[in-house]
Every structure is written in C-alpha cells, then in structure tokens.
Write a protein that binds this ligand. Structure first.
Ligand SMILES: NC(=O)c1ccc[n+]([C@@H]2O[C@H](COP(=O)([O-])OP(=O)(O)OC[C@H]3O[C@@H](n4cnc5c(N)ncnc54)[C@H](OP(=O)(O)O)[C@@H]3O)[C@@H](O)[C@H]2O)c1
Length: 287
C-alpha cells in the first residue's frame, strides 16, 4: 500500500509559519483555526481587513503569533508584499495554503469575461505565482509544504462550470507536476479536493439542489481538519465530499463515458438555472 499511496515524513506544526490565503471566510478561516490549534504561527491573507481582524481575534488564544496581511491576490505586487512581510516578521515560511478562490457557474456563453479573468487570476495564477515566490525560502531550508485547495471539480468536469473547472483542473495538474519536480528537495505538495461546502460561495438554493442530487454539503471545519491531517501525514491527494463525489472522481478517471451519460440525463434546466446564480449572488465575488 505504501507503494501506491506514498507518503512523506510526518510534519509537526508547532511554531511552524503557515500562510493561509482567503482566510477571511469559509474554508480559509477554518484552516486558520486548524493550524492555530496546532500552535502554528498563522499569516492571514485576503482583501477584507475587518474580517481578517475578526479571525485574528478568534485564533489568537491558541497560537503564539498571528500576522494579518490585507492583499488582493490578483495583483502581483501584493503577492510579493505577502511574502516579504512574512519573511520580515518570521524569517521563514514552512507551509503555504493556496485556498483563496472565486466560484462562478452558469452557461459558459453567458459568463462575464471580466469575471472569468479574475477567477483565473485568483484560483490559478495567484496560487502558481505565490508558490514560486515562497519556494526560494523553502528550498533554502530543505523544508516546506504547499497545500493547494482544489475541488471535486479538479478531477470531474461538471457542466455549467467550464471556466471554474478549468482553473481547478489547472491547479491539480500544477500540483502533480510540481510534486514530481520537487521530489527529494524536502518540499512537499498536497492537493485537497473538497466536495460541496457550506460557505459564502453557496446560497441555500444551491445547497438544496446539490443535496437533492445526492451530494452532502460539508462543514468547512470538517474539511479543514481533514486537510491538515492529510498534510501532516504526507498524503498527496485528499478527496472529500462523500461517497458520490469520490465515485465521480474515480469514474471520470477510469470510465468517463459513464459521466457523459449521467450528465446527459441530469443536466436539467433546473440545474442550469440554479448554478447560474453562483458567483452572481454572493457578495464575496462582487467586490
Ligand atoms: N464552497 C464550496 O462548495 C467549495 C467546494 C470545493 C472547493 N472550494 C474551494 O474552497 C476554497 C475556499 O472557498 P470557500 O468555499 O471558503 O469560499 P469563500 O468563503 O467565498 O472564501 C473565498 C476566500 O477567497 C478570498 N478571495 C477571493 N478573491 C480574492 C482576491 N482577489 N484576493 C484575496 N483573496 C481573495 C476571499 O476573501 P476576500 O473576499 O476577503 O478577499 C475569501 O476569504 C476556494 O478555493 C474554493 O474554490 C469550495
């Protein structure tokens, strides 16, 4: 089994410096908690400073240090600033969590091109560039962990999400290739594939529909705990989202024709119209 599911050595998070992007809400906030509870020093990054300060107050009792860096990750200069400020304060970076993301659904032809560009910048480009910026420090210490937050849609192409799926497949490919490239450097890459999660990204209407399709809507605390546990154990890929989501990933890999048939049957007008509201109804994506 170790041959099929290789693992790197276990990681102790105590006093480690962890950057969490998208830490102002949802999964990022839950991840900040999960790292703080293990006594890591946590760097919180997102645009909304007031929300980051709230998270700082919540996690401060657990950890020796929290640094808040308000930043728009679609801007390269701000990515550099995140790395510079972290190194200035702590002198090293042990873990980078690329979690910040934008979600948008609906018929591809109707999706706003400016929003698509912003989504590509945040979900994919920022994760790639930030990884490139933290790597010199990690390689100098022969030690580092990249935790990329993908999605079940990183390994299973769901209709009405073509550009989002493209960013998440991209992140999965980036993680796989980089893991192989960094073999023996002491820097490890873990990819997490959450299923549907109860965060600002999903409205109650969307949650109801995906539950009717048989997918659980998981709590971000559960996903965060599982992600950190996987990171510590050295897992390469953590697939969450319940039985159907895990099955979907397997079927997409080994028998994609079955998913073609499934979506011919289940890509209903209700699916299309409900998914069109993702990314247009959440205040998060409108800022
Ligand atoms: N919710 C789901 O069902 C689900 C399922 C699978 C995967 N995921 C993935 O999980 C991750 C977290 O999403 P979530 O569900 O926790 O949603 P969320 O609550 O909306 O969180 C998204 C985070 O990204 C940050 N962000 C967005 N644009 C940014 C920018 N330009 N610069 C800096 N930060 C930015 C937001 O912070 P600010 O607005 O303060 O900048 C926010 O903290 C995403 O990568 C998402 O694709 C979510």
């Amino acid at each position: 089994m170790r041959f099929f599911r290789p693992r790197h050595s276990t990681l102790v998070l105590n006093e480690k410096v962890v950057i969490v992007t998208g830490a102002s809400s949802g999964l990022g906030r839950a991840l900040a908690f999960a790292f703080a509870r293990r006594a890591a020093k946590v760097v919180l990054v997102a645009r909304r400073e007031d929300r980051l300060e709230m998270v700082r107050r919540e996690i401060e009792p657990y950890t020796s240090a929290v640094l808040v860096i308000p930043a728009d990750l679609s801007d390269e200069a701000q990515l550099q600033r995140v790395v510079d400020l972290t190194l200035e304060r702590f002198g090293r970076i042990d873990v980078l969590v690329n979690n910040a993301g934008i979600f948008m659904g609906g018929p591809f032809i109707e999706q706003d091109p400016r929003r698509i560009e912003q989504m590509v910048r945040v979900n994919l480009w920022a994760a790639i560039r930030l990884t490139q910026l933290v790597l010199p420090s990690m390689l100098a210490h022969n030690h580092g962990y990249i935790l990329n937050i993908g999605s079940g849609l990183s390994r299973a192409a769901v209709p009405m999400f073509a550009p989002y799926v493209a960013t998440k497949y991209g992140l999965a490919g980036f993680s796989d290739a980089l893991r192989r490239e960094l073999h023996r450097t002491g820097v490890h890459v873990t990819l997490v594939l959450p299923g549907w999660m109860h965060t600002d990204m999903l409205s109650p209407e969307v949650e109801n529909l995906v539950e009717r399709y048989g997918f659980p809507v998981e709590h971000p605390d559960f996903v965060a705990e599982r992600a950190v546990l996987g990171l510590v154990r050295g897992e390469h890929e953590i697939v969450l989202g319940g039985f159907l989501a895990r099955l979907g990933v397997l079927v997409e890999r080994y028998a994609p024709v079955l998913l073609n048939i499934y979506w011919k049957l289940w890509m209903t007008p209700e699916w299309a119209s409900t998914m069109s509201k993702i990314g247009y109804s959440t205040e998060n994506n409108d800022r």
